[in-house]
Write a protein that binds this ligand. Structure first.
Ligand code: 5AD
Ligand code: SF4
Length: 493
């Protein structure tokens, strides 16, 4: 399962960098792909059409807002690629777009509600002739109900149907008012000839879509459909192209990335794929997320041990420290079995950072269960934790479970959990002062000589340097300061 919101993990960046927003850091100019010939064709078509004045003026522009996890971020990069290759130009504001798309998340209720509030804002603009589309998990979950709640929407497309997106868009462009792509039985993965990537140094690559696990609280198997792995030859081909384009870091994505099952005759194991990707000339770092504990095996640790380009970070969501709750969650492992996986990772020859996701307030969770989760934090001492209050979701088995925990009690438990992790991080990070890390520089502060970047183990460090033009470069940094939520440092010679 990929992360959707951050909890305690500020120094850890599991998601796509959002360095342009509010943090005082900005990312270097992103690589964008634009097909000028197609743009000209679309322009010619527009002349012939009878679109109203606003639609005519805005023709061929799209605005795409993404909610949720890295998988959604990366899907949006691919959707943008499809649109660019159809001659559209991306714009920064919905006001200047003829096509407005929301790529949505429904993992928790709050995330799903955001979309409807956005759609509400656009009801007023219905008569301006803009096309509005809802993509992703809320689209899949709500289906045609979206047309009822927001009749100004013309396209509803779930993530399992993205491979049909060009065809669906063509129907919308032709003036169809109610176009849907809601199949989840497709065995195709979403590959496009053009992907517009947001980050100029790190490329995301989905290697497995959907999920065949059946965690009782989780809507993903419903919204993203069954597991489909992409062929290893196609993955390796794209990785080579990415390296040639200058990306030095690749992150392999999947809801359960390590459940990868190569559909080609090569039948590469996940660990073999990791090693093969890492051997690509030009690449310096390979990451993967998110791992499911049940499919996490010794050969993955061995691969990280033998190949320094494989980043020393594993995101291994536990969800609860209580075997009783894990059973109710249908997580397919006990506390002890999870701890065996942790021991396997801790047994590696080089230190590997471990991060996790935890849900509090699952139906029936007792104070004793919470105590078990707290004691698990003491045992594992995670580098970062993402924590969530249980949110009942449509179509999930846990929806019907009794003993719901009241909201205030969930908040209380979340507070206790986060305080515990804060203490653990404070101690961990304090011991890092004086340590040296290699960073991929990905952000520049508005403050002079201040930069930020990621370690191989995926910590974000803000650091000072007198050098110029560091974005995208690898530098050595010594940690000089630590708080429970952040590390700071100076560039080292
Ligand atoms: N309620 C709260 N958190 C959830 N997650 C998934 N489904 C739910 C839910 N119904 C959390 C899990 C997962 C992370 C991405 O989101 O911890 O690992
Ligand atoms: Fe992750 Fe379980 Fe949801 Fe699958 S069902 S995406 S394994 S939390």
């Amino acid at each position: 399962m990929l992360n959707c919101e951050t909890g305690m993990g500020k120094t850890f960046d599991i998601g796509l960098e959002r360095l342009t927003g509010g943090s005082g850091f900005s990312i270097g100019s992103a690589i964008t792909t634009k097909n000028e010939d197609c743009a000209a064709q679309v322009g010619a078509r527009a002349e012939a059409s009878e679109l109203d004045a606003i639609r005519g003026a805005l023709r061929g522009t799209f605005f795409l807002e993404t909610f949720g996890c890295q998988m959604n971020d990366h899907d949006s990069e691919k959707v943008a690629g499809v649109l660019l290759s159809r001659g559209y130009t991306q714009v920064e504001s919905p006001d200047s777009a003829s096509l407005i798309l929301y790529n949505t998340c429904s993992i928790r209720e709050k995330a799903a509600q955001k979309v409807f509030s956005r759609l509400g804002e656009f009801g007023l603009k219905q008569d301006e002739g803009r096309i509005i589309g809802v993509l992703g998990c809320v689209a899949q979950q709500e289906g045609e109900e979206i047309f009822r709640r927001a009749p100004w929407v013309s396209l509803v497309c779930g993530s399992a149907s993205y491979s049909k997106l060009p065809e669906l868009l063509a129907r919308v462009e032709a003036g169809n008012q109610r176009v849907t792509g809601l199949d989840t039985d497709t065995d195709e993965t979403f590959e496009t000839p053009v992907t517009r990537r947001d980050n100029p140094w790190r490329a995301y690559l989905t290697i497995i879509e959907g999920c065949d696990k059946a965690c009782s609280y989780c809507v993903v198997p419903y919204t993203r459909g069954p597991e489909r792995s992409r062929g290893s030859d196609s993955i390796l081909g794209e990785v080579r192209q990415l390296a040639e384009l200058g990306y030095s870091e690749v992150q392999l994505l999947g809801q359960t990335v390590n459940s990868y099952a190569d559909p080609t005759a090569r039948k590469m194991r996940f660990s073999e794929l990791l090693l093969a990707v890492a051997e690509t000339p030009g690449l310096r770092r390979v990451r993967f997320t998110t791992s499911h504990p049940r499919d996490f095996t010794q050969d993955i640790v061995d691969a990280i041990d033998t190949q320094p380009k494989l980043c020393n970070h594993v995101h291994l969501p536990v969800q609860s420290g209580s075997t009783r709750v894990l059973r109710a969650m249908q997580r397919t492992y006990s506390r002890e079995e999870y701890l065996e996986k942790i021991a396997m990772i801790r047994g590696a020859k080089r230190p590997i950072s471990i991060t996790t996701d935890i849900i509090v307030g699952f139906p029936g969770e007792t104070d004793e269960d919470l105590a078990e989760t707290l004691s698990l934090l003491d045992v594992v001492r995670y580098d970062a934790m993402f924590s969530f209050k249980y949110s009942p979701r449509p179509h999930t088995p846990s929806l019907k479970m009794s003993d719901a925990i009241p909201e205030e009690e969930k908040s209380r438990r979340l507070g206790i959990l986060q305080e515990k992790q804060r203490e653990i991080q404070a101690v961990r990070y304090a011991t890092m002062v004086g340590e040296r890390f290699e960073l991929l520089v990905s952000g520049k502060s508005r403050r002079e000589n201040q930069w930020s970047g990621h370690t191989s183990c995926h910590r974000v460090i803000n650091f000072s340097s007198q050098e110029q033009a560091l974005l995208g470069k690898y530098v050595q940094v010594v940690v000089t300061g630590a708080t429970p939520n952040g590390l700071s440092g100076e560039q080292a010679p």
